[in-house]
Design a protein around this ligand. Structure first.
Ligand code: CP3
Length: 346
């Protein structure tokens, strides 16, 4: 028996256009919200916030209490996976994430074969708690980082501007790099299947740094692992719904959607809207792609960008989102302005 979804967001993932497009924002729980900053201070650290289900669930629901979003994304971080594989993770105030020891061609065995249950169980508990309080009709999203993006942090031990450490590693030691990818593919399948078992409706695969790779490397380190994850996940969770986000894929985007059996693809703001409609949305549902800087700017620029996106993409299966995460200094009034425009009230 085929189960047909009743949530508008999930209907789009099944290919059905909605008259008013469902909407959510990447990083919708976060520092632009005073209630987030308050709970973050109470928790003491970002990691404590992520790994305490009571806090993480509350933070997940905060944006839903303020805005009529169609989805909630579980509050966590993509770096929980390397943490659960044995690296030490910390978030240094003002500097971002740090992972240690960094992985090189000689110490891949530092990473465990399986995720540490003590670290990922709180994520599953967060999902179960959130599910109890989720407004009806709202979709619950899980996520993980794609292997390439997670590897850039595993290898550099922190964020870098051009992901040079991971790119160099992959050129110099492709066999070892492949083994790292294999570990991350297996861990991602296990982790996403666990999230579905705990109650998420769909998941997003974040490949934030996909855009730095030349076509052959994009094929090997972004497309192939993502395809294995989606196929492996569906072997455990039949019909699991997955959104792919290969940020910056540009010319490589078509290759991604041809080979990765995702239900929808999330578009960054660099992609042209005419191209997105004709070449991507004609093949599968799309999500995106407001420039977070246009949201932060507000005013006429924001209206113009929202209108252009709706004009181009709302005629087909479409979920409104940003082209990347909301910036911490974005005024809340601009989020309200964006939502009113999408919902046809301004
Ligand atoms: O979207 C959501 O609201 C869900 C939660 C979420 C976070 N990170 C919370 C977070 C998700 C889905 C992520 C994904 C993530 N984390 C990615 C992929 C997507 C993207 O945004 O590119 C990446 C590359 C990371 C790694 C990461 N986490 C970095 C580089 C940083 C520091 C930069 C920053 O914005 O501060 C984080 C920290 C982080 N993750 C914060 C939040 C809300 C800020 C922490 C704080 O409160 O101080």
């Amino acid at each position: 028996m085929e189960i047909v979804s009743t949530k508008p967001f999930l209907k789009v993932l099944e290919g059905q256009r909605q008259t008013v497009p469902p909407v959510w924002m990447m990083r919708q729980a976060g520092r632009y919200l005073p209630e987030y900053r308050k709970l973050r201070a109470e928790a003491g650290s970002f990691l404590k916030l992520c790994l305490t289900p009571k806090y993480a669930s509350e933070v997940t629901l905060q944006p839903l209490r303020r805005f009529p979003f169609d989805a909630a994304i579980i509050f966590s971080d993509i770096l929980i996976v390397p943490y659960a594989l044995g690296q030490v993770l910390s978030f240094v105030e003002g500097e971002g994430p740090k992972l240690s020891p960094t992985i090189n061609e000689g110490n891949l065995n530092i990473l465990r074969g399986e995720l540490n249950a003590a670290i990922i169980e709180p994520v599953y508990e967060t999902i179960r708690l959130t599910k109890q309080d989720l407004p009806p009709g709202v979709t619950l999203l899980g996520f993980c980082g794609a292997p390439w993006t997670v590897a850039t942090y595993i290898i550099a031990g922190e964020g870098t501007s051009d992901q040079a450490p991971a790119r160099s590693f992959a050129y110099r030691h492709p066999e070892v790099f492949q083994q790292l990818m294999d570990k991350l593919v297996d861990a991602s399948i296990e982790y996403l299947a666990g999230q579905f078992a705990a109650g998420v409706d769909a998941v997003q695969l974040f490949d934030t740094w996909a855009g730095v790779l030349p076509p052959a490397e994009f094929e090997r380190w972004c497309v192939a692992p993502a395809a294995r994850i989606v196929t492996g996940l569906r072997a455990k969770v039949p019909n699991a719904k997955v959104i792919g986000f290969p940020r910056g894929a540009g010319m490589n985007l078509k290759n991604y959607i041809e080979k990765v059996p995702v239900n929808a693809v999330s578009l960054d703001w660099m992609i042209g809207l005419d191209y997105a409609r004709a070449e991507i949305q004609s093949r599968l549902p799309v999500q995106g792609n407001l420039d977070p800087l246009a949201l932060r700017a507000g005013g006429a620029a924001l209206d113009r960008h929202v209108d252009a996106i709706l004009q181009s993409l709302a005629g087909g299966p479409f979920i409104f989102n940003l082209g990347h995460g909301i910036l911490p200094d974005t005024p809340i009034a601009h989020v309200e302005q964006m939502l009113a425009r999408i919902h046809g009230r301004s």
